[in-house]
Design a protein around this ligand. Structure first.
Ligand code: SR1
Ligand code: MG
Length: 415
C-alpha cells in the first residue's frame, strides 16, 4: 500500500529514536533490544530495552487495520486522538497511565514508558489471576475524565472547542458499525459456531432488542458528554502486583477517544467482565475466583460514583445540583448496562473477538457464547428496570446456571 511515511521495523527503531529530539537520553540506542509485540487489532508496538535496563515503548499507526490487512485502509491520524487521550489522562490521572513522552505526528508514532513486567489484564483474567483493586482504579480513571473534561468542570466555550478538536469520525465509525450494527445483520465480519446460530437468530429477530440497540447507537453518536477513552476493554489495561499483594493498573490505547457518553467507557469494562465471568463459569474455576470476578462490576461502578461525588464539590456552576447528580449517575449506570451488552455481543459474534471466549475448547466456547449473548441481550432490553450493576450480575448468575444445567437451548427459551 502506498503511504507517505516510513513504517518502523525493529531494525530501524534505534535510528528513529536517535533522530527524535524528544526521545534523546531516554535509552542507550547502541545497546537497544527491540521487539515488535503488537497483538491488538490496529497498530505496531515496539518495546525497547537497553543494556542498563532503561526502556521505551513506541506505537506506530499503520495506514490500515492490522487485523484485516491493507484491504481496510484506516487513517494513521488516529495517533492524534490517542495522544489527546494520553495527554488528558497524564494531567488528570498520571498514576493510571504509562509515562507519556510525546507524539510524532509525521511518522504517526507515540512514545511512552515501557511497562516492563506489566501484563495485559485480559490474559491474566483468562489464566485465573486475581489483581485486587484494579477494577476500582478503572472506575477512578473514567470518573476523572468524565468530570474534568465536561461541562461539570469547564466553561461551556472550552468544552465546545474541545468537542470539535476531539472529533474522531473514522474510529467512531468502526465502533458504530462493529458494535451497534453488524452483529444484528448478516455481515461478512461476523462469525460464530453453528450451535450458537439459534441464539444469534433469536437476537436478530427480537424487535425490542433491535430498537434498544438503536437507541444506544444514537446515544453513542450524539451524546458528547466528556472525553472518553472509547475502547476501554480489559485488553486496554495493563496490570502488575504491588508489594502489598494488591493490583496496580495502567490504562493504554485511547485511540478511539472522542467526546462521547460516559456510560460507554464503563459499559465497555462491564461487557468485558461478562466475557471473563462466562469463561470462569464454563471452566469451573474456583468459587473464590468467580466471586472476585462477580464483584468487579460493583468495584468499578462504586469507585466511579464515589470519585465523581468527591470531585462534584469543585464544580464551578451550581446549575448542576446534587439532585441533578443523582439523576445523571442513575442514567449513566443504566446506559452502562446497555453499552456493556452491545460490547459483549460484538466480542462474541462480530469482528475482533476476545480470547476469553475464543480460546475455550469447543463445547465450553459454545456455552460461554450462549451465556454472554443471553445475558447481554437482557442487559440491553431491561437496563432501565435492572438499573444497577448488582441487578445485572444477578441476570448473569441466573443465565449461567440455566445454560450450565440445560445447555445452549436454555439461552434461546428465555429470549
Ligand atoms: C477493526 S478494529 C477492531 C477493534 O479493534 C479495537 O480494539 C476496537 O475495539 C475495534 O473495534
Ligand atoms: Mg486498542
Amino acid at each position: 500500500m502506498a503511504h507517505d511515511y516510513e513504517i518502523l521495523t525493529p531494525e530501524t527503531v534505534p535510528a528513529y529514536i536517535d533522530s527524535n529530539e524528544a526521545l534523546t537520553g531516554l535509552v542507550d540506542t547502541t545497546t537497544l533490544d527491540v521487539a515488535e509485540v503488537g497483538d491488538g487489532n490496529l497498530n505496531l508496538v515496539f518495546v525497547c530495552r537497553d543494556a542498563t535496563g532503561n526502556g521505551i515503548c513506541l506505537k506506530q499507526s499503520l495506514p490500515y487495520v492490522r487485523l484485516v490487512g491493507e484491504a481496510w485502509p484506516l487513517t494513521p491520524e488516529r495517533v492524534i486522538a490517542e495522544a489527546r487521550g494520553l495527554a488528558a489522562a497524564a494531567e488528570l490521572v498520571p498514576h493510571l497511565i504509562p509515562s507519556y513522552y510525546g507524539v510524532d505526528e509525521e511518522r504517526h508514532v507515540l512514545a511512552m514508558e515501557n511497562l516492563m513486567g506489566w501484563e495485559i489484564w485480559r490474559g491474566k483474567l483468562n489464566d485465573g489471576y486475581v489483581h485486587r483493586g484494579v477494577a476500582a482504579l478503572i472506575g477512578q480513571y473514567v470518573a476523572h475524565l468524565a468530570f474534568s473534561t465536561s461541562v461539570f468542570a469547564l466553561d461551556q466555550m472550552e468544552v465546545k472547542e474541545r468537542v470539535a478538536e476531539a472529533i474522531n469520525p473514522e474510529l467512531c465509525r468502526i465502533t458504530e458499525d462493529l458494535v451497534f450494527t453488524e452483529p444484528y445483520i448478516d455481515h461478512s465480519n461476523n462469525s460464530f459456531a453453528d450451535e450458537v446460530a439459534p441464539v444469534v437468530t433469536a437476537l436478530r429477530s427480537d424487535d425490542t432488542l433491535r430498537a434498544e440497540v438503536g437507541m444506544l447507537k444514537y446515544t453513542f453518536m450524539t451524546a458528547a458528554e466528556a472525553l472518553i477513552h472509547g475502547d476501554l476493554h480489559t485488553g486496554s489495561v495493563m496490570v502488575s502486583l504491588k508489594g502489598d499483594g494488591s493490583g496496580d493498573a495502567r490504562v493504554i490505547d485511547p485511540e478511539f477517544a472522542f467526546y462521547g457518553p460516559v456510560g460507554f467507557d464503563i459499559g465497555a469494562v462491564l461487557g468485558n467482565y461478562l466475557a471473563a465471568m462466562a469463561r470462569a463459569e464454563v471452566l469451573d474455576r474456583p468459587t473464590e475466583f468467580k466471586d472476585w470476578l462477580g464483584g468487579l462490576a460493583h468495584e468499578t461502578w462504586d469507585a466511579f460514583e464515589s470519585e465523581i461525588r468527591r470531585l462534584w464539590a469543585a464544580r464551578p456552576d451550581t446549575t448542576w445540583t446534587d439532585s441533578f447528580l443523582d439523576t445523571w449517575l442513575a442514567k449513566v449506570q443504566r446506559d452502562s448496562l446497555g453499552f456493556a451488552g452491545c460490547k459483549a455481543v460484538r466480542r462474541v459474534i462480530g469482528l475482533a473477538k476476545v480470547s476469553d471466549i475464543e480460546t475455550l475448547p469447543h463445547d465450553e466456547h459454545v456455552r460461554a457464547a450462549a451465556i454472554v449473548l443471553r445475558t447481554a441481550a437482557t442487559w440491553i432490553t431491561q437496563r432501565d428496570t435492572l438499573a444497577t450493576v448488582g441487578a445485572a450480575n444477578d441476570v448473569f448468575e441466573s443465565v449461567a446456571e440455566r445454560v450450565m444445567a440445560r445447555g445452549v437451548a436454555a439461552a434461546i427459551e428465555e429470549m
